[in-house]
Design a protein. Sequence first.
Length: 587
Amino acid sequence: MTNILSKRALIASAPPVATDFTVADYLLTRLKQLNVTDVFQIPGDYVKQFTQALEHFDGVNTIGAINELDAAYAADAYARSRGLAAVSLQFGVSAYSALNAVAGAWVERSPIVVISATPGADMRDITDMYDVLFHHSTGDLDSDRKIYENVTVKAITLSTNVGAAEQIDELLVDAITNQRPVYIACYKEVWGQPCPRPSNTPLKPRVIHSPELALNNAVNQAWTKITLAKQPLILAGVEILRFGLSDLLQQIIDASGFLYTTTTLGKAVLDEQGDKFIGTYSDAASIQSVRDIVEASDCVLTLGAIITDDYLVLIETKYADMVLADTTGVRAGYFKYGDVTLHDFMKALLAKFKASKSGYPIKAKAPPQPQYPEPWASNSDPVYDAQPQVITYNRFFAQTMKFLQDENLLKEIVMTYGVSSAMYVASNCYGLSRGSFISSAAWQCIGFETGAAAGAQLGSGKRAWTVAGDGGFMMVCQSLSTLARNQLNAVIFVMSNEVYAIEQVYVDMTAFEPGPTHTFDTFDILPKWDYLALAKAFGAEGIRVETVDGLKAALPRIAGIKNKPVLVEVVIPQKDLPGQMYRLGSE
């Protein structure tokens, strides 16, 4: 037994046979053709032939991440910016660790190619003969693929290079057609095996056409509801961005004259400007004028939105009056058309608007854009009205948004948010550029924002402008090291109040009331961190601000930092309860 095992170990550890072009090269070439010029990576012995190919592949950079969540969150944000991303993971321990991030990408329509490798043919023979449990394995060498089947549109394992090119092409087409993750692993030796070169033509998503009769029925039923409405409104969602339908949405807005709003996840599907955009609708977290218009609408034309429980009030009160079109089909009132595509429906609806000769749709006059200090002043915690230098959530956004607008920087940044009080307050922002708001508003993952910063910046070419809760930052603080390692000047604002504020809101909001008798639950209290020391340890610039004037003074300094990340501790009162969160908690 010893001799056989030793021989097989020698074979397994032998250097790969040199080839001109390998399966790994094929995948990397196809990714590069699809504008994936960075691959986030966690190294490992099983996947070494892929990572070695990646290291030497011209035109695709290796972005070494600190841990799996860091890598996969970054890949998610990169995909949202570029249209596709890739992350390379070790078998078992690494793939399992990244699962949460990939699940979020699945829910929020972000196409990540998850790349891995499994024990090879030699190891499988040893397992069969001697019942050996190889490292990182549960004993089921297919378990990674089986798990990823739940959060991908396709999950495959290649046991040979025969047919690998065709399977890779099909997998990538599935990813870009559905705008959702896919998973590919190879037996460890297959990544280094010979493969034919791909054509020079990049892969394209499949074009799926709606049945003509079903499309006509859906559009006619929707048009009936729209033309009967006195106060119609468009609610746009994230699928508009994912499937490249922003220009078509703008044409519908122009042709209809309708006011429009967006979901939080779909914020910045268009440049936020003009008199038709009323602001983002985030249920009770919305500013009053947005809520008034949505509540008064008698036909909500919902395009590309993922409807989560943040919108239960909307669904419960507007269900019969909604026209809802997304990637699963169209619903007009109580009539459903599951085989009608979002693209075809929007295109046909645009034709209806253009052909209308009756003067309809209505020419509603949009409310004026909110001006500073609104919407922030009316939402700031009134407990601190007499303390103008205390930084509250709303005062923070009032100052930072004013600075970005005054310095004409809104077009140069991309915002990232995990679920936090800051995300809901940020939904009140105006003036953002298309695609510049990346959030975990549906999956609602605490900590996403910091991990996403690297991918958002690399994918968009803009500076990541991240606002994190301190609890969320603590979950993935190592991502700061990834930013520093790659000389990315992302800004990470940590709203430092030493509690999981958003969790406490939903557990017991009376904890935010003044006085020592109202206390936070023990499980929502966080440890105290020295953020300046942490920034120094990770190679970032560290700044601490404790007053509004201190924040004002720090912003120009932050703007001038070029080659390293900036960690800004924003000290806020533990019991600061922004109006947006108060309303959500009360609801």
